[in-house]
Design a protein around this ligand. Structure first.
Ligand code: PGA
Length: 251
């Protein structure tokens, strides 16, 4: 685990990029990752499962970029057609596994119970869970953001003896994606403070995600208790990701 105070800055490519595009991105990121350029940061990159080994092979460990998977099953192996397991993504180069993204919760049946089982599986194999939590617009409108998000986090981490490697990403559903409304620091501060107050001593940190870009990254990173950013679309171009990493390193 990186030292306390490290800022985690990463992106998930979601369901984008061919192998050729993945290789070009990883090669360019490797070229950009000069020693000392991103001091104080832990960059991470979460390609689709198909591109994990391609990215791993193009991105030497010396680049200092942690690789992740977008999802993994709770079982180690077996008759689970279409799924990949934590040992499989670890074998392919992942050191971190994203669990419970709102797109998985909304479209693929990742309930709180499923999320809990997946987090346990990631920890069982010694990888870092990147647990995504966030409230939909209707819950926010009713004033229930903090309660909703704390409920998701409590359920995911229930009964764990050691959650010290867990990263929680606060990603309000209403702020994610091309139809999302970018969050203002004031929207983020209360929920992140509540997460930090309840879980801060148990977990590794709280990241913010949802329509993060070069324009709003500084004000979001400056929110108390935000220890990193989880970026989607704005980092799918490698030069844009490098610019975000440079901006975070200067901050
Ligand atoms: P976005 O995605 O930055 O494209 O809104 C963020 C996410 O889903 O983590």
């Amino acid at each position: 685990m990186p030292p306390p105070g490290t800022r985690w800055i990463g992106t998930s490519w979601k369901m984008t990029k061919s192998l050729a595009e993945a290789r070009r991105y990883a090669t360019a990121l490797t070229d950009a990752a000069r020693p000392g350029r991103w001091t104080g940061l832990q960059p991470f990159l979460i390609p689709p499962a198909t591109a994990l080994t391609t990215v791993r092979d193009a991105l030497p460990l010396s680049a200092g970029v942690l690789l992740g998977a977008q999802n993994a099953h709770w079982a180690d192996s077996g008759a689970w057609t279409g799924e990949v397991s934590v040992p499989q993504v670890a074998d392919a180069g992942a050191r971190l596994v994203e669990i419970g993204h709102s797109e998985r919760r909304e479209h693929f049946g990742d309930t709180d119970d499923v999320v809990h089982r997946k987090v346990r599986a990631v920890l069982r194999h010694g990888l870092v869970p990147l647990l995504c939590v966030g409230e939909p617009a209707s819950v926010r409108a009713a004033g229930g953001s903090v309660e909703h998000v704390l409920g998701q986090a409590r359920s995911a981490l229930a009964g764990l003896d050691d959650a010290s490697s867990v990263l929680v990403a606060y990603e309000p559903v209403w702020a994610i994606g091309e139809h999302g409304t970018p969050a203002r620091p004031d929207d983020v501060a209360g929920v992140v403070a509540a997460l930090a107050a309840e879980l801060g001593s148990r977990i590794q940190g709280v990241l913010y995600g949802g329509s993060v870009d070069r324009a709003n990254m500084h004000e979001l990173l400056a929110v108390d208790h935000v220890s990193g950013l989880f970026v989607g679309r704005a980092a799918w171009d490698v030069d844009a990701f490098v610019a975000i990493l440079d901006g975070a390193a200067e901050a």
